[in-house]
Design a protein around this ligand. Structure first.
Ligand SMILES: [Ca+2]
Ligand SMILES: [Ca+2]
Ligand SMILES: [Ca+2]
Ligand SMILES: [Ca+2]
Length: 310
């Protein structure tokens, strides 16, 4: 009996404790209520805050979200928010029928008074000028070799069997350290002033080209006004993203540039060029005035040049 009583007592106590526990829980519930009430005030404030941020949440509107991370929302003129290469700040490549800059028109390159060229150098003829003896057309080989032809490294021409090779030559550097070849058009009436021109080409700095450092293979649009004494003054220029000797890939790389010729322009040039920065050629530890690389070469093929419209 005693045991039973004890057990009952134990059970009762346990129940009592449980009740007490529950009571405690209820208490906490009370406190929670109070807490909730308390915090609900803050929540109201939070809600106000959320209303503020809800402005950002309203950006659930796709036209206000920069979906492709190119810096422009559709509302800001991104006409393809799933393609980061297409936005109002992009360059509109005139060779692909795409309106990359979202101005409503796909840019084009067109002829102007017979000025359009599209040269694979299969028929280079006398169309391209050179300054001094700065370029050579490879006509019999479809491969590129080092200067002495003994590097063992060869790269095929993009197609066909000709391309242009350019290298520095004493007296050939019309524009500082450039060694250019070019085609040149003179204004008929005023058809060149205030026009934008486009040049593109495949370019290459081959590892066997003997070039070093920041040496560049570039394509340029150059515009000039020529005075009565025949002096050329620049009225505009466009330069490609350069291929450098440091980033030699041994592959043909597409590069392009646009240049707008200002008022008074009387000549526009399509230029393919090798540019060499000043360099310590003699190894005396300093770069002396006029000291630059005088060896090496770059290659170009598939040049397109004409009027740029967008
Ligand atoms: Ca975008
Ligand atoms: Ca885009
Ligand atoms: Ca385009
Ligand atoms: Ca466009």
């Amino acid at each position: 009996m005693i045991t039973m009583s004890l057990l009952s007592f134990g059970l009762l106590t346990a129940c009592g404790e449980k009740e007490e526990d529950t009571a405690v829980v209820t208490d906490t519930a009370d406190t929670e209520e109070t807490d909730t009430e308390d915090t609900s005030d803050t929540e109201e404030t939070d809600t106000e805050d959320t209303e503020d941020t809800s402005d950002t949440e309203e950006t659930d509107d796709p036209s206000l979200i920069d979906g492709d991370g190119d810096g422009f929302t559709p509302n800001e003129g991104d006409c393809d928010d799933a393609n980061a290469d297409i936005n109002p700040g992009a360059f509109d490549n005139p060779e692909n029928d795409l309106d990359e800059d979202c101005n409503g028109t796909a840019a084009t390159v067109t002829d102007f008074d017979g000025g359009l060229i599209n040269s694979s150098f299969e028929d280079v003829g006398d169309a391209w000028q050179n300054l001094g003896d700065t370029f050579q057309i490879y006509s019999s080989s479809d491969t590129i070799w080092g200067d002495d032809g003994d590097s063992g490294e060869t790269v095929a021409a993009p197609d066909g069997d000709k391309f242009v090779k350019i290298w520095p030559d004493a007296g050939a550097n019309l524009y500082g350290d450039e060694s250019p070849v070019y085609q040149e058009w003179f204004a008929a009436e005023d058809n060149i002033s205030d026009q934008t021109f486009y040049i593109s080409a495949l370019g290459m700095v081959h590892e066997s080209s003997l070039l070093k450092g920041a040496t560049e293979a570039v394509v340029l649009v150059k515009c000039f006004e020529i005075d009565s004494e025949g002096t050329y003054t620049s009225t505009g220029e466009g330069k490609s993203v350069a291929l450098t000797a440091d980033s030699t890939t041994n592959e043909w790389v597409h590069q392009s540039a646009v240049g707008t010729c200002g008022p008074g322009t009387s000549v526009v040039q399509a230029v393919l060029s090798l540019q060499t920065p000043d360099e310590d050629v003699d190894g005396n530890g300093t770069v002396d005035a006029g000291e630059s690389q005088q060896t090496g070469n770059v290659y170009f093929d598939h040049v397109m040049f004409g009027l740029y419209s967008n």
